[in-house]
Ligand binder design. Sequence first.
Ligand code: PGA
Length: 250
Amino acid sequence: MRTPLVVGNWKLHLGLKDAQSLARALVQGIEPDLPCEVGVAPVFTVLQAVASVLEGSPIALCAQDLHWVDKGPYTGAVGAPFLVELGCRYVIVGHSERRQHFGENDRIVRLKVEAALRGGLAPIACVGESLTERERGEAFVVVRRQVEAIVEGLDGVERLVIAYEPVWAIGTGKVAEPQDAQAMHAAIREIVARHAGQSIANAMRILYGGSVKPENAPGLLREPDIDGALVGGASLDARSFLAIIHAVRP
Ligand code: PGA
């Protein structure tokens, strides 16, 4: 009932030539009639070039971030209408790297989620605990706080995607055990149900992110509440990203 979603987060990698050639390899390598949606999130400066490669393919263009104001005197910022104009369908919001290196807190993440929805983009809002928080037994409390800040009284919540990305698993090669990730995904769905109703929670895609690789993807994607993946490192290589995509089973 939920269409899985697999998104490649290219982060600050791949300039014009490399981004286009990876996009081309994905378009050529993707199997027809996939049981899932696929997206890639290139650097802002190559969005348009990648969009032209993806045209006519089932791969969705995604942005890595956006500003919470649509337009105005905000040097260096990019607002939702500018992303929509390029054909973006999704935007990643509140990635832990944004929270950690750019001072984004729950309030900013919420504003960005609202801006994305207002602009017609589907936000992929990221949540996840740090290693210290997990070791202190606070993982569920932290994630609940982050999820509530996003969903409480949110207009358009049915278009929201949540990505659970434990910070200690991002780019480290340490992946959450499928049953631990499943427990957190089920908890997130329960929080969404409490705030937005059971039917919206049942329909919401909750992605796992953090060192997803072709080897661990099948185990994670088999869990009932894991509806896809947000993939960093392994999405920079066509073969490994395609292997993850093709690990999704109907
Ligand atoms: P990773 O990154 O797959 O390289 O761990 C995931 C992410 O940051 O979205």
